[in-house]
Design a protein around this ligand. Structure first.
Ligand SMILES: N[C@@H](CCC(=O)N[C@@H](CS)C(=O)NCC(=O)O)C(=O)O
Length: 105
């Protein structure tokens, strides 16, 4: 699936349930993105990544900026509750708060 289809799918209210709810918009070389993907993996979460262009001329990049209101990556979208987060610290706190204790009970 190319970037355009991934973005379209993330926009859609009827995203197939087989699609992971979590999408990480990133640059592969970004250390903040790596920190988030490491946490997603440590928590054993199913997620997909979308490689965005550093160029603000890229429609996919502009779409992500519009949705989360920030101009940097990483950006995490949780389609379960349509939450968009654009700060790595916020993303880590969100993931820990929502998922870290789910198997503890
Ligand atoms: N405060 C942000 C900083 C993230 C950050 O600086 N990301 C860089 C990539 S490593 C970025 O997106 N820079 C803007 C750009 O490349 O246009 C966070 O921790 O999430």
């Amino acid at each position: 699936m190319n970037n355009e289809n991934l973005i379209r799918s993330a926009r859609s209210a009827d995203t197939p349930s087989a699609e992971p709810a979590l999408t990480l918009y990133q640059y592969a070389t970004c250390p903040f993105c790596r920190m988030v993907s490491n946490r997603l993996e440590a928590l054993g979460l199913d997620y997909r990544t979308v490689e965005v262009s550093p160029s603000f001329a890229d429609p996919d990049r502009r779409y992500v900026i519009e949705r989360c209101g920030c101009g940097t990556v990483p950006v995490l979208h949780d389609s379960t509750n349509d939450v968009w987060l654009g700060e790595s610290g916020d993303i880590l706190r969100y993931l820990d708060g929502r998922f870290a204790l789910r198997d503890a009970s």
